[in-house]
Design a protein. Structure first.
Length: 258
């Protein structure tokens, strides 16, 4: 099983840097992003249209890179979690986790006994189609799998400590647009109430030894949120990066053309 680079970077006390894929699920994307020296990617299936077969291809392509492939599932369902891991994902991001009960259900689906209730299949994509020693592999898979709970609601903030105390959770991740929407201040990232919520997530994450994750759109936003204490960073989304680069490039060419 491919080592989880994000976990390795976190264990070394450094900041893992990733990126979200929502559109460009091409055969070359793993190598393209590998040249950027990313630690992880999050393949989005909450808002994007990737099929299970496309996801299996992406996991396979990322397996031959140094990058750890994670997936954001649509909702808390056993089959979304366990099947994604069986296909080769090394981490699960779950949107809008509101309670400790939901966090525990995520861990149960993602981890093998004695940590959870995930069903066992060996000799498939997750084991590189090779025979493995079952006890050794199951223990390694439990240790190597990243579980990310997205905090995207006032209820999630209110239950933050209980979510953080759930054994098996690795990262509390602020979904900034949804959280501001839940707070009645959609997109108002300068609002003091939003800043207080960010500080609370960082405080609780540190208290329980978890990563604090967020996805800034640019350097200024990253600098601001990292100054608060966020230490797992996903730089933007593929469509946003491509669109911004194209706008800048085309503008510069038109300026040259007069």
């Amino acid at each position: 099983m491919k080592a989880n680079r994000c976990k390795q970077v976190m264990a070394a006390g450094k900041v893992p840097v990733g990126h979200m894929i929502g559109e460009f699920g091409t055969r070359g994307i793993a190598q393209i992003l590998d040249t950027a020296d990313l630690d992880f990617v999050v393949i989005d299936t909450e808002h994007a249209a990737f099929t299970p077969a496309q996801l299996a291809d992406l996991y396979a392509w990322f397996k031959v890179s140094t990058i750890a492939p994670f997936v954001r599932i649509p909702q808390i369902e056993y089959h979304f979690i366990a099947r994604s891991l069986d296909l080769g994902a090394l981490g699960i991001m779950v949107p809008n986790v509101k309670t400790a009960e939901q966090a525990r259900a995520i861990v149960n689906a993602a981890k093998y006994a004695p940590l959870g209730d995930r069903g066992v299949i060996l000799g498939n994509a997750q084991t590189d189609y090779k025979s493995v020693n079952p006890p050794e592999f199951l223990a390694y898979a439990n240790q190597n799998t990243t579980i990310i709970c997205q905090i995207e609601s006032v209820e999630g903030i209110n239950n933050l400590e209980a979510i953080a105390q759930t054994p098996g959770v690795d990262i509390l991740w602020v979904g900034h647009f949804d959280l501001t929407n839940s707070m009645g201040i959609p997109g108002d990232f300068a609002n003091p109430r939003f800043h207080d919520a960010l500080k609370r997530v960082v405080e609780v994450s540190r208290k329980y030894g978890l990563g604090a994750g967020i996805q800034p759109a640019n350097k200024a936003q990253a600098q601001e949120w990292m100054a608060i204490g966020f230490n797992v960073i996903s730089y933007s989304m593929d469509t946003a990066v491509f669109a911004a680069a194209m706008r800048q490039g085309v503008t510069e060419i038109r300026q040259l053309a007069g």
